[in-house]
Design a protein around this ligand. Structure first.
Ligand SMILES: Nc1ncnc2c1ncn2[C@@H]1O[C@H](COP(=O)(O)OP(=O)(O)O)[C@@H](O)[C@H]1O
Ligand SMILES: [Mg+2]
Length: 274
């Protein structure tokens, strides 16, 4: 049995600590349901077996009244830290981000929630949308393609670790399967609108500027490498922004997303004929 060591890092849902010599403990914040941590461990195991780009998962542990999961420690740093500390590398990493995303978009056989079911479940839980708006979005989702591709659904440079020129994708809690382009739309929404929680405002502004450039480079590379038309990605953005409204994100980001969603709903064909 290992022991919680030095604090290493943190994200929105968890703090990361050393665990034995070559592992980490992902210690979830209080209040996060244990089933989510178990789902993440199971999902990471499936992805690890399918692609070998996820950290090897070990076990669930309890520390006081919090739950955690033990994973292989990836030596190295996140792509986000690399980019922000060396802004001249952003174009190289934007391309790498797109290539990495293309590489994980494999058909999946193992059990996973579908993109559409996940979006509907998250939208249902958002207190910022009326029932009528939710019904309109559900109907719209039903018109979108299904698909069978692995989707990470939180694929951004903070969840990619770079180690000796190799990359690893971490943080599989939101994984699902469906139209691969929904995952590209999800990354686009995250990169376009995200604010960095807990960062001073001026850091946020500088970073946002760089992240915007990353977004443009990422999308350009994805479109070039796959030949996909941008409209097929854009159609996913409204329901994805709506679903993001129930996440642990800053209030100002929620307001921006809400404005985007309401504007998009108002131009849906069913509305324009009224
Ligand atoms: N397997 C790992 N090896 C090394 N560092 C990790 C590992 N997993 C996470 N980290 C570090 O911890 C941070 C937060 O982890 P993450 O799983 O993304 O948590 P959250 O769900 O809170 O975003 C990452 O950005 C990374 O710096
Ligand atoms: Mg993360």
């Amino acid at each position: 049995m290992g022991e919680k060591g030095r604090f290493l890092s943190q994200g929105n849902t968890a703090e990361i600590y050393e665990w034995e010599t070559d592992k980490i403990l992902k210690l979830y914040r209080q209040g996060l349901p244990e089933t989510l941590c178990e789902d993440e461990l199971r999902m990471t195991k499936n992805v690890y077996e399918l692609l070998h780009i996820a950290p090897k998962p070990f076990e669930i542990v309890h520390i006081g009244n919090r739950v955690g999961a033990v994973y292989e420690r990836i030596q190295g740093t996140t792509m986000l830290k690399e980019m922000l500390s060396k802004p001249w590398t952003f174009s190289k990493y934007s391309r790498l981000l797109a290539q990495c995303h293309i590489n994980i978009q494999k058909p999946v056989e193992f059990k996973l929630p579908t993109v559409k079911a996940k979006l509907k479940r998250d939208i249902k839980a958002s207190p910022l949308l009326s029932n009528e708006e939710k019904q309109q979005i559900y109907q719209y989702i039903d018109t979108l393609p299904d698909g069978n591709k692995l989707c990470h659904f939180d694929f951004h440079p903070g969840n990619i670790m770079v180690s000796n020129g190799q990359y690893h994708v971490i943080d599989w809690m939101t994984g699902c399967k469906g139209d691969g382009l929904s995952d590209i739309a999800r990354t686009s929404i995250i990169l376009r609108y995200s604010e960095i929680p807990r960062a001073p405002r001026f850091i946020n502004l500088i970073s946002k500027n760089v992240i915007n450039k990353i977004y443009r480079g990422y999308l350009k590379e994805y479109l070039k490498a796959t030949g996909v038309s941008i409209e097929k990605i854009r159609v996913w953005e409204m329901p994805i922004a709506a679903a993001r409204l129930r996440e642990w994100i800053p209030q100002s980001e929620k307001q921006t997303l809400l404005t985007f969603v309401k504007k998009s709903i108002s131009v849906l064909p069913s509305n324009s004929t009224v």
